[in-house]
Design a protein around this ligand. Structure first.
Ligand code: TMP
Length: 193
């Protein structure tokens, strides 16, 4: 994974549609790396514990309404407010497994119709991941999973658009895991392979 300094931790990001299984797979990778004796932490965005995160949470749970550009910038600000802590952890040798990052920011907002380049701009300067694991699940399959529909973006037609916009963001740091059968088996195979 792209780190030139051996003592630096790795930044591993999980991305995918709502209910694609990111949270479970992040947890499994955390246990696996801890078992190998690595210093590792699990983070997630949005981080709903900060004051910015609470505004985001109120929006996602339909308790508040915000202009699309405004909520986009809040999601980005939520990453910026954690940037220096992220840098310090990585420099200290801790690997961070992060459930959603800038790719979610751009894919979800541009799927609403916001300009793609405008959506990317506020992410410039955030720490680039060493690895992005994209869990590629058909939107219809994700919609069948428990708890779907509880938050603002969990709507099948919108998630189909998000999937298309994610595809525009794929770069050399991505590993795409096809989740048609079992993400767990696919990821386990790649971890050992
Ligand atoms: P979560 O379910 O992983 O907590 O994510 C909450 C929702 O927020 C999810 O539908 C994806 C969306 N989202 C954005 O629209 N922009 C972002 O920058 C992030 C991190 C999430």
């Amino acid at each position: 994974m792209g780190a030139s300094n051996e003592s630096r931790g790795a930044l591993v990001v999980f991305e995918g549609l709502d209910r694609s299984g990111k949270t479970s797979q992040c947890g499994k990778l955390l246990s696996y790396l801890e078992g190998l004796g690595h210093s590792v932490e699990l983070w997630r965005f949005p981080d709903r514990t900060t004051s910015v995160g609470q505004m985001i949470s109120a929006y996602l749970t339909n308790k508040s309404q915000l202009d699309d550009h405004t909520i986009h910038l809040l999601f980005s600000a939520n990453r910026w407010e954690k940037r220096s802590m992220m840098e310090a952890k990585l420099k200290a040798g801790t690997t961070l497994i992060v459930d959603r990052y800038s790719y979610s920011g751009v894919a979800f907002s541009s799927a609403k119709g916001l300009d793609f380049e405008w959506c990317k701009a506020p992410e410039n300067g955030l720490i680039a991941p060493d690895l992005v694991v994209y869990l590629d699940i058909p939107p219809e399959k994700a919609a069948e999973r428990g708890g779907y529909g509880g938050e603002r973006y969990e709507q099948l037609e919108f998630q189909k658009k998000v999937a298309q916009h994610y595809k525009l963001l794929e770069d050399s740091s991505w590993k795409v895991i096809l989740c048609f059968i079992s993400c767990h088996i696919a990821i386990a195979t790649r971890c050992h392979g």
